[in-house]
Write a protein that binds this ligand. Sequence first.
Ligand SMILES: [Zn+2]
Ligand SMILES: [Zn+2]
Length: 137
Amino acid sequence: MSIDEVLRAKDFRVTRARQLVWKVLTRSDTHRSASEILDEVHELDDSINASSVYRALALFSDLDLVRESHLGELSTWETAHEDETIHLVCEKCHTTIHFSTSVVDRLRAEVQRDTSFTPTTIDVQISGHCASCSPTT
Ligand SMILES: [Zn+2]
Ligand SMILES: [Zn+2]
């Protein structure tokens, strides 16, 4: 389904800001801050105002179309993906690598089995150094 169809199916208007934010988000699976998204939207159309871009992000978040991650003090956005895909974040260059692991599924099952708690979101983030930032010894 295109974003137009998704929005219409949920009774939301298709606006140029919403279309462009979605286009930027789906160009690659990298994490972007709200201001990076705004910059990229402006490369496509500089008449879109910032508040429309931020409201589009908030709407996509409400609709579970995007995933927001807090990397350090920065909030980043990307298209929604499963909890099983975790984030490896480089402390030096802030590159975020996606890594799929069955650990998250096992963790969810274990929490459910051992407690009365039902996990909704499991957000695993591992900090470290990426290949290009690893200290060479
Ligand atoms: Zn991610
Ligand atoms: Zn790095």
